[in-house]
Design a protein around this ligand. Sequence first.
Ligand code: NAD
Ligand code: UFG
Length: 336
Amino acid sequence: MKILVTGGAGYIASHTNLELLNAGYEVVAIDNLSNSCKESIRRVEKITGKEISFYENDIRDKEALINIFNKENIDGVIHFAGLKAVGESCRIPLEYYNNNISGTINLLEVMDRFDVKNLVFSSSATVYGDPKTVPITEDFPLSVTNPYGRTKLMIEDILRDLYSADPEWNIAILRYFNPIGAHESGEIGEDPNGIPNNLLPYIAKVASGILDKINIFGGDYDTHDGTGVRDFIHVVDLSLGHIKAIEKLGDKPGLVTYNLGTGQGHSVMDIINNYEKACNKKLPYVITDRRPGDIAVSFADPSKAYNELGWKAKRGIEEMCRDSYNWQSKNPNGYR
Ligand code: NAD
Ligand code: UFG
């Protein structure tokens, strides 16, 4: 089976490429390298001893996509490509709509033309907005508060419309919680441009002395220690969820939606404490104002993915912090 991975050089995609190759799939990757480096592809090839067919193209370039579908015998697509920074999406919303929405429509049109109707889509727990209760199940009401989140919800709606119009499609919508960590080899990991927005890459840069202290956004939430609580999930567990989703598409399930989380909530302070153990040093931090738009608590009920895919996250926050620090110490400047 040959899988086209869009955004194939990115953080979650590189870990998924590795698991796909290990599971015996052939991987074709497309990426415009707007937020990644081709080095991640090379490293996955090095770890697995297998080749990835890589195309440096934009998914909004229809001719490029047609060329790939003509050359490669694609059986299914895992669609990661997209812009993902919440704050940036408020500053440049049109770029987010253009990249994420137009790119996805382009991809779907080309898939339709080549009669490739198996798709796994990277959605996000952001589509649950500020949930009234936790844990969050897939049937919770959907709402979003920023352009990035809106692109995810719009794409989900587009996929639901597409499936009602043509039930030959098989689509798995995966709603990720908070992916962190890195492959245990330390060869691939998260490599954001500039100063990180997300907690773990920020902590990693403090641990390696590149940034001087962690800013904890809010210490007065209604949580066990006052800091925000999230469902942090090891990126390798998340990637294995994609393999299960691809397998599921083989049973022609129609359109299915799964939360990919651990079911456990951990606070920002819990993560800092674990990271200190992983790097064996004290990490300076200050508690600052809440970040606008943040919610207090979010964690998944992942039981649907367990019951229907046989998938369950296995790695705990100790391993997440250990593997993050291992990647950071081996690659202080990321792939560059
Ligand atoms: P990432 O930025 O590392 O990966 C996305 C990749 O897509 C990058 O390599 C980028 O260069 C590429 N890309 C962007 N626009 C493109 C285009 N028009 N054509 C071709 N390539 C393009 O991000 P990630 O963390 O690996 O996220 C992957 C997907 O998962 C994204 O869709 C993201 O929204 C979603 N997601 C991520 C998180 C998270 O916390 N990391 C949470 C929920 C959902
Ligand atoms: N945080 C800090 N300091 C930082 C960064 C984050 O205290 O420097 C806190 C946040 O306030 C929050 C927690 O750490 O309480 C996690 O924040 P992240 O930015 O790492 O992650 P979010 O939960 O805000 O959002 C992430 C992705 C979204 C995605 C969401 C759900 O960035 O795109 O997970 O999947 F939608």
